[in-house]
Design a protein around this ligand. Structure first.
Ligand SMILES: NC(=O)c1ccc[n+]([C@@H]2O[C@H](COP(=O)([O-])OP(=O)(O)OC[C@H]3O[C@@H](n4cnc5c(N)ncnc54)[C@H](OP(=O)(O)O)[C@@H]3O)[C@@H](O)[C@H]2O)c1
Length: 256
């Protein structure tokens, strides 16, 4: 039974969107790889939640910005499962710098953010490509951001990195088809520690209120909403590739 299960690798899955995605794949009968770069305990907790659904869950510490780590993760997946069917490139980083403060953002910030958000995704695809190809129905889902489309977000470097990730998604979809589909999700404000820690409690609460006032659906996004989309694009949607799905509860429609 266990060897018949498909495998989903989710980077940055010790928290937030990545954790919700790993839980959903496990709940739907898949085995999962949980990845993190700093804190082991939350990753182990997510793995236990996945195991409670009957999944095999492998926890791998790896910084996606480090190619040797990505290749080590790929080797661990091959050794343990011998397959990979879906890769969700979710690990991300940013700096919170108001866009007007051009002096607040240095070249090194761009390098650091691109290293995780763009190059990290590329390195993970490269490390898992042989297994995804062998799957026969491989899927890659890149977690982008509404910031790539709206010109609003934690910093200009972050917005640019997610725009680059969108372009990478389309290029990889063309390059890796027909064996592997490649899509992206661009969420709006998602209720995870990311913004809560980055903005602080007060500004975060104000952002949630402001977002709901504008969004047509009067809502922000839950991590589980993004997981649903990552399931659809990764495990279903056999004719969808090169798509960047805006998941914003209708923010772009500016209610009122
Ligand atoms: N929250 C939002 O409003 C929002 C909106 C749009 C898009 N996104 C995108 O969604 C993704 C996940 O965000 P989230 O809100 O779920 O954040 P989160 O709750 O802070 O989770 C981030 C996860 O990524 C891991 N991580 C960070 N850097 C890593 C690295 N270099 N290598 C491997 N793992 C790493 C973290 O674990 P460690 O700290 O242990 O490494 C953690 O598991 C990001 O790509 C973000 O840009 C978020």
């Amino acid at each position: 039974m266990s060897e018949e299960r498909k495998l989903c690798v989710v980077t940055g899955s010790s928290s937030g969107i990545g954790a919700a995605t790993a839980r959903l794949y496990a709940k739907n009968g898949w085995n999962v790889v949980i990845n993190y770069s700093r804190a082991a305990a939350p990753a182990e907790a997510v793995a236990d939640e996945c195991r409670a659904f009957g999944a095999e869950a492998l926890v791998v510490k790896a910084n996606v910005a480090d190619d040797a780590d990505c290749r080590r993760l790929g080797a661990a997946v091959e050794a343990r499962f011998g397959r990979a069917d879906v890769l969700v490139n979710n690990a991300g980083t940013t700096r919170f710098v108001p866009a007007q403060q051009l002096e607040g953002l240095q070249a090194q910030d761009f390098h650091d953010i691109y290293a995780v958000n763009v190059i990290g995704a590329y390195q993970m695809v490269r490390a898992l490509q042989p297994l995804l190809q062998a799957s026969g129905h491989g899927g890659i889902v890149n977690i982008s951001s509404i910031a790539s489309m709206m010109g609003r977000g934690s910093s200009l470097a972050y917005m640019a990195s997610k725009g680059a990730l969108n372009a990478l998604t389309i290029g990889l979809a063309r390059a890796l088809g027909p064996a592997i589909r490649v899509n992206a999700i661009a969420p709006g404000l998602v209720e995870t520690p990311w913004l809560q820690q980055g903005l602080g409690a007060e500004r975060y609460a104000a952002n949630v209120v402001g977002y709901k006032q504008i969004a047509a659906l009067d809502a922000v996004i839950a991590p589980e909403d993004v997981a649903d989309a990552a399931w659809f694009l990764g495990a279903c949607a056999p004719k969808t590739t090169g798509e960047v799905l805006l998941l914003d509860a209708g923010l772009r429609l500016t209610r009122g």
